[in-house]
Design a protein around this ligand. Structure first.
Ligand code: PGA
Length: 252
């Protein structure tokens, strides 16, 4: 399975001009770029190799939901992947597993691939709750999908699947990342959970790692067979750093 690099720009940069420049600098095959909503169309125009992603979506398709953006609208703008349930959304906007599940279902229904983020907080880690939390978040996040889901899988014509991103909350934006072996262990738990939940698709589902990934740490994660790619925040805003990460996946 080819390893995937997802760039999560979060609420950066601050202008269309800078977003377009950053997109051009990071336009590589095998990369998914997730800009803020207002920059999506401008970024779409300059991408020739990378794939377009978004950072969130509404669970409804359309209607009176001020401030929301739907999966159907994103699809129409050329988006293929959507990050769902990022810990910053869970923390600052009080998203819970039930809301996440509805968003995942909306993405799949629209033919987009959701990137479901799961991971334990520092406190949960200290209490030895990592596995409990990630199993609950994976199961909860996929709860909106019929089982077995007729909407998932290329053979059904939706082209959609699901990606799970293991992002320990304590490692996000802190500079402290998880040890690759520890991450691989969490990925195994995630895969076991997926196997039980959607066995017919478990094989094609990527499980990627995120949390303070930079060029010096990327190789360690990518060397783990359980880790199918990376979700990169801060380092995706620095083209030079991002290139170094990209080169580990595609050396030529
Ligand atoms: P970080 O963010 O690489 O800046 O830690 C990762 C993420 O939040 O997806």
């Amino acid at each position: 399975m080819k390893k995937l690099i997802v760039a999560n720009w979060k609420m950066n940069p601050l202008s269309v001009k800078d977003a377009v420049a950053l997109a051009k600098a990071c336009d590589k095959k095998g990369v998914v770029i997730c800009p803020p909503f207002p920059f999506i169309l401008s970024v779409a125009k300059v991408l020739h190799n990378a794939t377009l992603g978004a950072q969130d979506c509404a669970w409804e398709e359309g209607g009176a939901y001020t401030g929301e953006v739907s999966a159907v609208q994103l699809k129409d703008c050329g988006v293929k992947y959507v990050i769902i349930g990022h810990s910053e959304r869970r923390r600052y906007f009080k998203e819970n597993n039930a809301m996440v599940a509805r968003k995942i279902a909306a993405c799949v229904q629209a033919g987009l691939t959701p990137i479901l983020c799961v991971g334990e907080t520092q406190k949960e880690k200290e209490q030895g709750l990592r596995d409990t939390v990630i199993v609950r978040q994976v199961r909860g996040g996929l709860n909106g999908l019929p089982h077995p889901s007729p909407l998932l899988g290329k053979e059904r014509g939706f082209g959609g699947s699901v990606i799970i991103a293991y992002e320990p909350v304590w490692a996000i934006g802190t500079g402290v990342s998880c040890a690759p072996e520890q991450a691989a262990q969490a990925h195994r738990i995630i895969r076991q959970t997926m196997n039980a939940k959607i066995p017919h698709l478990a094989e094609e589902i990527k499980v990627i790692y995120g949390g303070s990934v930079d060029a010096s740490k990327a190789a360690g994660f990518l060397a783990q067979k359980e880790i199918d790619g990376l979700l990169v925040g801060g380092s995706s805003l620095k083209p030079e750093e991002f290139h170094k990460i990209f080169k580990i996946v595609s050396p030529v």
